[in-house]
Design a protein around this ligand. Structure first.
Ligand SMILES: NC(=O)c1ccc[n+]([C@@H]2O[C@H](COP(=O)([O-])OP(=O)(O)OC[C@H]3O[C@@H](n4cnc5c(N)ncnc54)[C@H](OP(=O)(O)O)[C@@H]3O)[C@@H](O)[C@H]2O)c1
Length: 276
C-alpha cells in the first residue's frame, strides 16, 4: 500500500472523460486512473496520452457492473489505501432519432447515469480521504424547471431529501414510464427525456451526498459538486457541440482541484455556480 494520491475518472476512454484525464495528468498531484468498460478502448486511450508524454494508469470499469466496481475498489484499497478524487463522468444518451421503446430508454438511461453513478459512490466513498473531491458530470438538461411538476421539483430540491427517498423517486419515474406504455405520458414526470431526468437525479444526488458527508464526517473537507460541461463536440452529441472536449473538461477539472474549504453541493456551468 502506498500513500500516493489517486484520482479516478469514469468513462474516460473518449470524449470529455479522456480530456479530463489528460488535464489531470499534468495538474493533479498523484496517479490518474483512466477507466473504460472496454479494456482495449481504455488501453488505446492511454496510449494516445502516452504519446503526449502523459502517464495515466488504466483500470477496467463498467459502472453498471457491481463486480467491476468492486474490483476497482479493491485495487484502490490495496494499491493506494484510499481515494482522493472521483470524477463521475461516464454516461449515455439515446439519440433524438432513437426508436427504442420509452421503457428501455428510461431504464437504461437512469440505470447508467443515476444508478450506475450511485453504485460507484457507494463502493468508493468509504475510501475517500479527508480532503477528497467528487465531481458528478451532469448537464443543464437536468435543470429543475425541466421536470415541469412543482411537487416533484420541490421534493428533489428539498433540503431534507434523504438518499433512499431520491432512489424511490428514480424508481417512480421508471414505473410511470412503464405504466404509460408506448405513446403514453408518465403521470408526474416529463415524458420527453429520460436523459434530463437522469441528470436532474444526479444533481440532486450531489446535494444529498454533500449534506450527508458533512454530517457523517464532520471535520473532513470533502467537496462534492455537480456540473454541466457545456455543449461539447463528442460522440454523444454526434459531434455537434461548439466546445472541444478539452474545453468541456475545464469545469470538471476546476471542481476536481478545488482548494480545501471550498463550497460543496453546488451545480456549476462553465466554471460558475448556477441556480439549479
Ligand atoms: N457532450 C456534451 O455536450 C455533454 C453535455 C452535458 C453533459 N455531458 C455529460 O458528459 C459526460 C461525458 O459525455 P461525452 O460527451 O464525453 O460522451 P461520450 O463521448 O459518449 O463518452 C461517454 C463515456 O461514458 C462511457 N460509458 C457509457 N456507459 C458506461 C458504463 N456503463 N460504464 C462505464 N463507462 C460508460 C463511454 O464508454 P464507451 O466508449 O464504452 O461507450 C464513454 O467513455 C456524460 O456524463 C454526459 O452526459 C455531455
Amino acid at each position: 500500500m502506498s500513500a500516493t494520491r489517486v484520482a479516478v475518472v469514469t468513462g474516460s476512454n473518449k470524449g470529455i472523460g479522456l480530456s479530463i484525464v489528460k488535464a489531470l495528468c499534468s495538474q493533479f498531484q498523484g496517479d490518474v486512473i483512466l477507466t473504460s468498460r472496454d479494456e482495449k478502448n481504455g488501453k488505446t486511450a492511454c496510449s494516445t496520452l502516452n504519446e503526449l508524454g502523459l502517464s495515466p494508469k488504466f483500470h477496467q470499469l463498467d459502472i453498471t457492473d457491481k463486480e467491476s466496481v468492486k474490483r476497482l475498489a479493491e485495487h484502490l484499497k490495496t494499491q493506494y489505501g484510499g481515494l482522493d478524487l472521483l470524477v463521475n463522468n461516464a454516461g449515455l444518451a439515446y439519440k433524438v432519432a432513437s426508436t427504442a421503446p420509452p421503457e428501455e430508454k428510461a431504464r437504461v438511461t437512469v440505470g447508467v447515469n443515476f444508478f450506475g453513478t450511485l453504485d460507484v459512490c457507494h463502493q468508493l466513498f468509504p475510501l475517500l480521504r479527508p480532503s477528497g473531491r467528487v465531481v458528478h458530470v451532469a448537464s443543464q438538461s437536468g435543470l429543475l424547471r425541466r421536470i415541469k411538476n412543482v411537487e416533484l421539483e420541490s421534493k428533489l430540491s428539498s433540503a431534507t431529501l434523504a438518499e433512499d427517498e431520491l432512489v424511490q423517486l428514480a424508481h417512480s419515474y421508471i414505473k410511470e414510464v412503464v405504466e404509460a406504455g408506448e405513446g403514453g405520458k408518465p403521470k408526474n414526470w416529463p415524458h420527453d427525456s429520460a436523459y434530463s431526468v437522469s441528470k436532474a437525479l444526479m444533481i440532486a444526488l450531489a446535494k444529498v451526498q454533500a449534506r450527508d458527508l458533512a454530517s457523517q464526517r464532520p471535520g473532513d473537507k470533502i467537496c462534492i459538486n455537480a456540473c454541466c460541461p457545456g455543449y461539447v463536440c463528442t460522440d454523444m452529441t454526434s459531434h455537434k457541440g461548439p466546445l472541444t472536449p478539452d474545453q468541456g473538461a475545464e469545469t470538471p477539472v476546476m471542481l476536481s482541484l478545488l482548494p480545501d474549504a471550498s463550497p460543496t453541493g453546488d451545480f456549476y456551468y462553465l466554471k460558475k455556480v448556477i441556480e439549479w
